[in-house]
Design a protein around this ligand. Structure first.
Ligand code: NAP
Length: 465
């Protein structure tokens, strides 16, 4: 196996710079990279089809023909689109033994049968191709190391890769070794992704919001209009919104913990942890953090909307009307201590639930999660997470109290929305409760430590003969 350490970086040259780096192509990326290399202390030589046209290039850089430029440096950045790589085969002799850095990206994922870097390596078999810098934009290079992504993923053979990683580090970037050139395809697909892990949580949040909005408008606004002829559509803006936000938040929080519960049940059922989970479960598990953060955003909205309740015109007006009617009818209000318990418990559960919710959100931030060990992370995300779910579910249960017993609450025989929001959390909590009972927990722990139940079926589910 090749040793990746102690490789010689570019040596300082006669001008006392860090060495000379060559860039083929004087376009946006080539110019930004050239400027950055010059600022870091390298000599930069551009290889161009039009060496005489150097007006836009950074001051201090040289522009030569491709052949002349290639002779000045061991490392050559190919800042040209893949579609134009063909011209390089004319310089195969000059480029033999050079480290060619392929920085190219495509317009679509898997656009070509092989990665651009592998294609370049095929065109120039005597050169050493390294894939790097394709995830850094020309803008990021120009705007300094504090802006945009500073990570440079590098793959290729060991010695060449080390030289490119040294250059990246001397530009103030974080070089991450991604292995051999086989990883190039993945690196090329990476900048084409659009929030892949956020997609499912966003779809779920949008779907739940739309479904509950329709449900609430139907059972509240439309029902009142049809049965009483009253227009209470003003409730859509705050009252109905503040019904939907906690519902979506609670269901999404439960959906964060449901895949873990399903995974444990599957492991119990299979009697092994070595059988793969179905793809949908894998995908679901991968986006739990995003699910939780979207849920937290809805919880924040719920808190903000709840804070404005006392200053709402509709609420103040209702209170005034009620007080005046008491005075008119000469009635006295009696203090109901059961009601006081109920409302205080409701607020306390909500506040504690929200506090832990925020803690979960904070610990999912990379800067925080990098500071805790695996056990601490699991403690917060799993134990405190389930407690958060328990508190938020209890908050909703206390809100509902005995309302579900009254038939008048079932508009058109439909249950109140909060009842629906309790289904998934209650299922998750009950299943979790069963899973943490000592007899079940013991089996799961053994399975997770590698123990397998003897089975009459093999791992693919086929009966053993
Ligand atoms: P660009 O502005 O279009 O520049 C490409 C350069 O390639 C041209 O300036 C030209 O330089 C050379 N060229 C054009 N046609 C050629 C041909 N037929 N034969 C030989 N050379 C030719 O493109 P760019 O934005 O700099 O991107 C260059 C590469 O970097 C691409 O592969 C891109 O995917 C990758 N990249 C770009 C960015 C970015 O932010 N722009 C980010 C990551 C990766 P001369 O006239 O001097 O020969």
């Amino acid at each position: 196996m090749e040793n990746c350490f102690n490789m010689t970086p570019l040596c300082p040259d006669a001008n006392n710079t860090l060495g000379t780096v060559c860039i083929f192509g004087t376009g946006d990326f080539g110019r930004s990279l050239g400027l950055r290399l010059l600022q870091a202390g390298y000599s930069v030589v551009f290889g161009s089809r039009n060496p005489q046209n150097s007006s836009l290039l950074p001051k201090g850089a040289q522009v030569l023909s491709h052949v002349e430029a290639a002779q000045t440096s061991r490392v050559i950045f190919i800042a040209v689109h893949r579609e134009n790589y063909e011209f390089l085969s004319a310089f195969s002799q000059e480029l033999a033994g050079k480290v060619l850095v392929d920085i190219s990206n495509n317009l679509r994922k898997n656009q070509y049968p092989e990665s651009n870097a592998e294609y370049l390596a095929k065109l120039l078999p005597q050169a050493n191709v390294v894939k790097a810098f394709n995830t850094v934009s020309a803008w990021a290079l120009q705007s300094g190391s504090l802006d945009a992504s500073r990570q440079v993923f590098v793959c290729g053979d060991c010695e060449s890769k080390q030289m490119v990683m040294d250059i990246a580090r001397s530009l103030g970037l974080i070089a991450l070794d991604q292995g051999s050139l086989l990883a190039a395809n993945e690196l090329e697909n990476y900048p084409l992704q659009l929030f892949p892990l956020w997609r499912l949580p966003m779809y779920i949040a949008t779907g739940l919001t739309a479904a509950f909005f329709i449900y609430c408008v139907l059972t509240d606004v439309v029902y009142t209009f049809v049965t009483e002829g009253k227009n209470i559509s003003y409730r859509i803006v705050v009252s109905i919104a503040n019904t939907i936000f906690p519902i979506v938040s609670l269901i999404m929080l439960a959906l964060c913990y449901l895949p873990g519960v399903i995974a444990a049940i599957l492991q119990l059922y299979n009697g092994t942890k070595y059988k793969r989970f179905p793809n949908w479960l894998d995908k679901w598990m991968l986006c739990r953090k995003q699910l939780g953060l979207v849920a937290l955003a809805f919880a924040f909205l719920h808190v903000l909307y709840s804070l404005v309740i006392p200053i709402r015109y509709y609420v103040r007006q209702r209170q005034n009307i009620y007080t005046i009617s008491l005075v008119k009818d000469n009635k006295t209000l009696t203090f109901d201590s059961a009601m006081s318990w109920r409302s205080d418990s409701f607020y306390t559960l909500g506040i504690l639930g929200f506090g832990l919710y925020v803690l979960l959100g904070i610990t999912s931030l990379p800067s925080v999660s990098n500071m805790v060990n695996w056990r601490e992370f699991r403690f917060v995300q799993s134990k405190l997470g389930h407690i958060t779910l328990l508190l938020c579910t209890a908050h909703t249960l206390v809100y509902g109290w005995n309302k579900f017993l009254y038939l008048s609450r079932y508009k058109w025989y439909l249950p109140p929305a909060y009842v629906l929001s309790l289904i998934v959390p209650c299922i998750v909590l009950v299943l979790k409760l069963i899973l943490i009972t000592p007899c079940v927990d013991r089996v799961i722990t053994r399975i997770r430590q590698g123990w397998e139940r003897k089975s009459v079926h093999d791992r693919s589910g086929q009966p053993l003969i």
